[in-house]
Design a protein around this ligand. Structure first.
Ligand SMILES: NC(=O)c1ccc[n+]([C@@H]2O[C@H](COP(=O)([O-])OP(=O)(O)OC[C@H]3O[C@@H](n4cnc5c(N)ncnc54)[C@H](O)[C@@H]3O)[C@@H](O)[C@H]2O)c1
Ligand SMILES: O=c1ccn([C@@H]2O[C@H](COP(=O)(O)OP(=O)(O)O[C@H]3O[C@H](CO)[C@H](O)[C@H](O)[C@H]3O)[C@@H](O)[C@H]2O)c(=O)[nH]1
Length: 335
């Protein structure tokens, strides 16, 4: 393993995706400092080999101190609020914790002279696309404050990178699912809203059934279609993006992260049933507000830009790993 030029700061590293990124970075030999305020994350999700700082990304004094004391050379910014319906009812929370907090973090990074920044963006920046698969140059028309709050951060990064010595990658995640194949981390969030997490909770008996939100979408079986990406593949994409930013200091990129293939809600539930050989109870329900019919990534830009190649492009494997983690959580809750 080549020696790394500097330690990196991972904000939100005690959360679902951030904790997998921390594992991928440590596995690749990076020194990692995690900054997390533990609102939805867990202290135990941060490995002992990473440094943990409890605090808020909007606390510029704290962030400045952490960046300076550790000689941080890149920030991977996962911290944020992520619940779309909540962003509709409490938009200011999203503009505060996603947009304003990111602004503070970016300013602290500029003041400290941190040259590289990776941002967790989302397919929600596209809104309802005119066509799929979705390319990065297609229009951004977010239909909720969550997507808007993330798009505004992308715009700040674009403008900062044009004017100041920082380059960035904004990675637009499609639907993230699964868990670390070695069982070191997984999605632990209470009150999860994501389909695969809910389905595996139904398998372990935490929920009596899974609601199918709408059967009249313009998709082959009438249920919503999404592009599910394994969280460990996504984590590895961040490591590759970090190396690319260092090698290409004059360049920045906004890139989709998905496999380029969609599965309907019913196909996901069929896969869960196949993995367990024991059908979960499905309840056909009405549409959830604000859900697009079809979201599938065109991933050609990330495949062209980075040496990254997905290793776990298999819905059955994603479900298996999510389920293994869910069983671990269930055992932990019992003991
Ligand atoms: N989960 C998905 O499917 C998905 C899809 C697209 C984009 N994203 C983005 O990925 C990132 C991580 O999402 P996740 O699913 O891991 O969510 P998560 O809630 O598990 O993780 C977020 C982490 O950030 C921390 N945090 C929140 N606000 C903070 C603040 N102001 N200061 C410090 N720490 C703070 C939380 O405690 C938590 O550990 C988010 O930015 C989210 O918008 C997630
Ligand atoms: O209990 C459920 C939960 C979800 N769904 C359906 O399953 C699909 C996937 O829904 P998720 O809630 O798992 O994910 P979303 O596509 O709504 O959103 C996710 O991906 C987005 C980007 O595509 C954003 O980044 C967002 O943060 C993240 O939650 C949708 O058709 C939804 O209607 C159900 O039928 N039942």
């Amino acid at each position: 393993m080549r020696p790394k030029p500097f330690p990196v700061l991972v904000t939100g590293g005690a959360g679902y995706i951030g904790s997998h990124a921390v594992l991928a970075l440590l596995d690749a030999g990076w020194d990692v400092v995690v900054l997390d305020n533990l609102t939805t994350g867990f202290r135990w999700a941060v490995p002992e080999t990473a440094t943990f700082v409890e605090g808020d990304v909007s606390d510029m004094e704290l962030v400045g101190r952490v960046l300076g004391e550790h000689g941080i050379g890149a920030i991977l910014h996962f911290a944020g609020s992520i619940i779309v319906p909540e962003s509709v009812t409490d938009p200011l929370k999203y503009y505060r914790n996603n947009t304003a907090a990111s602004r503070a973090l970016i300013e602290a990074a500029i003041v400290a002279g941190v040259p590289h920044f990776i941002f967790s963006s989302t397919a929600a920046t596209y809104g309802i696309p005119d066509e799929v698969p979705i390319r990065e140059d297609m229009p951004n028309r977010p239909i909720n404050p969550y997507g808007q709050s993330k798009l505004m951060t992308e715009h700040m990064l674009r403008d900062v990178a044009a004017a100041l010595p920082m380059n960035f990658c904004a990675l637009r995640y499609f639907n993230v699912a699964g868990a670390d194949p070695a069982g070191r981390s997984g999605q632990s969030t209470a009150g999860a809203t994501h389909l695969i997490k809910i389905a595996v909770e139904a398998v372990t008996g935490k929920r009596p059934h899974v609601g199918v939100f709408g059967t009249d979408y313009a998709t082959p079986d009438g249920t919503g279609v999404r592009d599910y990406i394994h969280v460990s593949d996504l984590a590895e994409a961040h490591v590759a993006a970090l190396e690319w930013l260092i090698e290409n200091p004059q360049e920045s990129r906004i890139m989709n992260c998905g496999y380029g293939r969609g599965y309907s809600v019913l196909e996901v539930l069929d896969t869960v049933d196949r993995v367990t050989n024991n059908p979960i109870v499905r309840k056909l329900e009405t549409r959830r507000a604000g859900d697009p019919d079809l979201l599938v990534a065109d991933n050609s830009l990330i495949l062209k830009t980075l040496p990254w190649r997905p290793q776990r492009d298999d819905l059955g494997l994603i479900v298996q790993h999510a389920l293994a983690w869910e069983r671990k959580l269930a055992e932990r809750a019992e003991s």
